[in-house]
Design a protein around this ligand. Structure first.
Ligand code: PLP
Length: 377
């Protein structure tokens, strides 16, 4: 009997939760544009507005603040390009959708550095805020997709607001994995995405707290209160709603994943693995771990052959082997950065998956060690 494949790449995308699949299936057999006045349209609108309310509840916000988008990338682009600010301050470890949009905005951009554990330098942020008069938009993520390191978001919000600037937080990796409230209570903009937590890909939201002006990226109809034109992705939004419901009740899941992740790290570290960001608070599901001397691509391929799916850094940059800007910003030495893989757990992970991942990692470590021994002989 061949063993089932082990999926440990939830930070890239998570399998669809059964509750999300069921909610989407129900809608797929239905018809209705939420902007239509007839009964079909109104039914779709009620569904969309119900999920809008759910998202607002998660962030103690108003449903009027929720702008549905095609995912985290669009939400990040919408705020970085559309918020009213003369300059941008973003951390060096943001997702490429923040960094790319910041560069494309044509506005001056300051990059907040991080320490060796991947935590942003709050003093440097403060200095950047004070350095110029023009209004800044500050974009700092809640938790990093590669390292899992969690940022001091409440403190960032406090300092940004004291400086009269705007604060955007990309909470894509944090939602459902750690409590995001009350830390986000004072964030002006929050990015969310459904597919990292078992919802469908292609749907997300930007929460715009209060009456901040936002220039739309897309022009057309008056959907989303003129902030995002285009017919809403009703099945996607239904899946997003189902997953939020599921995830907010899943304390047990978080505790379980944290215990397995800790066991995995303890075992691999004892065998020579090096955990990146080990000294910082991290997401309970994420482990960036180096096998010194073995290239990350080699590890990813070798583990894949054993049926274990992990990634060599950010999913968006895997496939093409580029240096990770996150590990670079953390000043991880090149040799270690080049041998780091990301193992990320999620709702479908079980204990057997962890045991198999550990066994495959150990076997690879043993093989590469004895090959090196042979080469040296
Ligand atoms: N922000 C972070 C931190 C992410 O990890 C990702 C996905 O990798 C995104 C934004 C983009 O989200 P989406 O895939 O929904 O466009």
């Amino acid at each position: 009997m061949t063993a089932h494949p082990v999926y440990l790449d939830h930070n890239a995308t998570s399998p669809l939760r059964p509750a999300a699949a069921a909610a989407m299936r129900a809608v797929l057999d239905d018809v209705g544009n939420p902007s239509s006045v007839h009964a079909f349209g109104q039914r779709a609108r009620r569904l969309v507005d119900g999920v809008r309310q759910q998202i607002a509840d998660v962030l103690a916000s108003s449903p009027l603040d929720v702008v549905f988008t095609s995912g985290g990338t669009e939400a990040n682009n919408l705020v970085l390009l559309g918020a009213q600010a003369e300059r941008l301050i973003v951390s060096a470890i943001e997702h490429d959708s923040v960094l790319g949009a910041a560069r494309a905005s044509g506005r001056p951009v300051d990059l907040v550095p991080v320490d060796r554990e991947g935590r942003i330098d709050l003093d440097e942020l403060e200095r950047m805020l004070a350095a110029r008069q023009e209004r800044a938009l500050v974009s700092i993520m809640f938790a990093n997709n590669e390292s899992g390191v969690v940022q001091p978001v409440a403190e960032v919000a406090r300092r940004v607001s004291a400086a009269g600037a705007l604060f955007h937080c990309d909470a894509v990796q944090a939602l459902g994995r750690i409590p995001v409230m009350p830390a986000l209570l004072d964030a002006d903009f929050v990015t969310l995405s459904a597919h990292k937590i078992g919802g469908p890909a292609g749907v997300g939201a930007l929460v715009v707290r209060g009456a901040h002006a936002l220039a739309p990226l897309l022009h057309g109809g008056g959907q989303e209160r003129f902030r995002r034109a285009g017919t809403q992705n009703v099945p996607g939004i239904a899946g997003f709603g189902a997953v939020i419901q599921d995830v907010l009740q899943s304390n047990d899941e978080r505790t379980r994943l944290a215990a397995w992740r800790d066991h995995l790290e303890a075992t691999l570290s004892a065998a020579g693995g090096v955990v990146i960001g080990a000294g910082a608070e991290r997401l309970p599901n994420t482990s960036a771990i180096a096998m010194p001397g073995v290239k990350s691509e080699t590890q990813v391929i070798a583990l894949d052959i054993e049926g274990i799916a992990v990634s060599a850094g950010a999913a968006c940059s895997s496939g093409k082997v580029t240096r990770s800007h996150v590990l670079e910003a953390m000043k991880v030495p090149d040799a270690l950065a080049e041998s780091t893989i990301r193992i990320s757990l999620g709702w479908s992970t079980d204990q057997d998956d962890i045991s198999r991942a550990i066994a495959a990692w150990m076997a690879l470590r043993e093989r590469t060690r004895s090959n090196r021994g042979r080469d040296a002989a």
